[in-house]
Ligand binder design. Structure first.
Ligand SMILES: CC(C)(COP(=O)(O)OP(=O)(O)OC[C@H]1O[C@@H](n2cnc3c(N)ncnc32)[C@H](O)[C@@H]1OP(=O)(O)O)[C@@H](O)C(=O)NCCC(=O)NCCS
Length: 176
């Protein structure tokens, strides 16, 4: 179900404190809140890809995509995006807000010329939006992870054709 009263927009500086609290509430810990703070300062950060869901002037959802590189064994490098983290306020989960953030993010990514997104996350959630296990393209995580939770999606037809290798995340992901 998509809540029509939810607006998705680019995050601005005055949202930062609310986004911190939102991630803390959704994850039940502060690691993801701290990660978002680090990612905003990263070279991999693209302001258009930190998005908030707003209703009644209140931030109820957040998603961030950052730049990643997929490197194959021959030294070829492919640019993609990592979706991480995302959060919806606990009281409003399972009402379509997360889906709205994902789809808005995909459209923005297409607009800016990106062809794919990689995610590490719930194996029953992300496939609802078209994600498939990344081993379909022989794309690997830089660490050991069950194959069904490491996923990719083509934002355009054949967006991952010929793309294979290991994902290199922004170093900020290792700082938390
Ligand atoms: C994961 C999260 C962002 C999803 O946001 P949301 O607004 O609740 O998701 P949606 O309402 O768009 O969900 C769409 C569908 O996925 C289902 N779904 C939601 N969360 C799910 C989960 N964790 N696992 C499996 N399915 C899930 C919904 O029931 C809904 O199913 P339907 O379309 O069949 O009705 C939110 O639950 C959250 O903040 N969780 C805590 C933080 C977290 O785990 N973040 C993701 C890290 S990978």
């Amino acid at each position: 179900m998509i809540n029509k009263k939810i607006e998705i927009r680019k995050e601005i500086e005055s949202d930062y404190a609310d986004v911190y609290e939102l991630n803390k509430a959704a994850f039940g810990q502060e690691s993801e809140s701290k990660l978002v703070e680090l990612l905003r300062k990263s070279n991999a950060f693209i302001p258009e890809f930190s998005l908030v869901a707003v209703t009644n002037n209140k931030i109820v959802g957040h998603i961030i995509f950052t730049k990643i590189i997929i490197k194959d064994d021959n030294g070829n490098e492919f640019e993609s995006l990592a979706l991480a983290p995302m959060a919806v306020t606990p009281e409003l989960q399972k009402r379509g807000i997360g889906g709205k953030l994902i789809r808005y993010g995909f459209n923005k990514a297409r607009e800016l010329g990106y062809k794919s997104v990689i995610v590490l996350g719930h194996e029953h959630y992300y496939p609802k939006f078209g994600f498939k296990p990344a081993n379909k393209w022989k794309i690997k995580a830089p660490f050991d992870v069950p194959k069904n939770v490491f996923m990719g999606i083509e934002l355009v037809e054949n967006g991952l054709t010929g793309v294979t290798g290991t994902v290199h995340y922004p170093e900020e992901f290792e700082m938390i």
